[in-house]
Ligand binder design. Structure first.
Ligand code: UT7
Length: 330
């Protein structure tokens, strides 16, 4: 079996910035609480009538195609990870494909909440490893502001909008997605969800009045699961692949809370400079956090570097991927 390697990465963050000061004018909070409890200073917001997650996603994919010198018609599959699709149907992947001029691919969405990129990377790389496809785009795009309740101080400081995309291609070299440990446990449902707008509780005046079309999160409970489950899967993947704190070059964690990231890095015994953290600038962009990090650190990554990616999200769904970076920055 051949390997599936990432041959390019790109991201897109919308221009508008929402600062902690701005949020302090909406709800009873302050910069000090948000910085010490979560580690976020500001986040980006997609503004503009009629613009959804595909607007973010297509810009990331266009940049990816430009950077990798790939023509849209060469792409065979587009997988989009999002919890904030443009519509209930059709897929956001189909809209992104149209906007990018990708005409020879099939396209579909996957829903794994904040773990969407991790789950997407494992499944999309499977399409390449199996030998069926040679050019697969995985894009994660989230307009989190569309389901954030800006009257709820317990959730509104946390989320931001953004997108990231990678190109996956086959390789004979021992690089790319080496191993994955991914779990789902439905015990998470009551603690993190959007209660209305799905088939259980279709949109109605009543549930909109109750703000049930926004993110609902029991933060403290999610925090505990996030730390212990991500740490366990990271240690598991390190052990399975004989990785140590010295042989891991980069740790790429989901950006939901700086304290969560620090707790896991401590358990791995990793020094700070190996940990990708940009939560301060962008907040939690759900499925998009990992590719946004990869794009930001791309210039520092070297061929053969050992990366450990980890996420935790609604479901609950969480896990870790061991990725061997496949190229030196140009
Ligand atoms: O990406 C998907 C996975 N999600 C996560 O991994 C998120 C996990 N959870 C968290 O990151 C944290 O639980 C939060 C950041 C959501 C909350 O932080 P916390 O330290 O767990 O705070 P808490 O909910 O326990 O609240 C502590 C106190 C409460 O006051 P009392 O009851 O102690 O008097 C809250 O009312 O902080 C209060 N509080 C706030 N105060 C100022 C809650 N939100 C705010 C706020 N500003 N924005």
């Amino acid at each position: 079996m051949q390997n599936a390697v990432i041959t390019g990465v790109a991201s897109y963050l919308p221009e508008d910035v929402l600062t902690n000061e701005d949020i302090s004018r909406m709800v009873d909070t302050n910069d000090e609480w948000i910085m010490t409890r979560v580690g976020i200073k500001e986040r980006r917001i997609l503004k503009g009538e009629g613009l959804g997650s595909s607007e973010l996603g297509y810009r990331a994919v266009n940049e990816l195609l430009r950077k990798t010198g790939t023509r849209p018609e060469e792409i065979e599959v587009v997988v989009c990870a999002t919890s904030t699709p443009d519509y209930r149907f059709p897929s956001t992947a189909s809209i992104i494909s149209e906007k990018c001029g990708i005409k020879n691919a099939f396209a579909y969405d996957i829903q794994a909440a904040c773990s969407g990129f991790l789950v997407g990377l494992q499944t999309a790389s499977g399409l390449v490893k199996g030998g069926l496809y040679k050019k697969v785009v995985l894009v994660a795009c989230e307009k989190m502001s569309s389901m954030t309740d800006y009257s709820d101080r317990s959730t509104c400081p946390l989320f931001g909008d953004g997108a990231g995309a990678v190109l996956l291609e086959p390789s004979e070299e021992k690089l790319g997605v080496m191993d994955a440990v991914i779990h789902t446990d439905g015990v998470g449902l009551p603690h993190l969800l959007m209660k209305a707008g799905g088939s259980v509780s279709p949109a109605s005046h009543e549930n909109v009045d109750r703000h049930e079309h926004y993110i609902y999160q029991e933060g403290r409970i999610v925090f505990k699961y996030a730390v212990s489950d991500m740490a366990a899967s990271v240690l598991d993947i390190m052990e399975r692949n004989n990785l140590t704190m010295d042989t891991v070059d980069w740790f790429v964690p989901h950006q939901a809370n700086r304290r969560i990231i620090e707790a896991i890095a401590r358990r791995m015994g990793l020094s700070e400079e190996k940990v990708m953290v940009n939560i301060e600038k962008y907040g939690n962009t759900s499925a998009a956090t990992l590719p946004i990090c990869l794009a930001e650190w791309e210039s520092k990554l070297k061929k053969g570097d050992n990366l450990v990616l980890t996420t935790f999200g609604a479901g609950f769904t969480w896990g870790a991927i061991y990725l061997k970076w496949a190229y030196d920055a140009k």
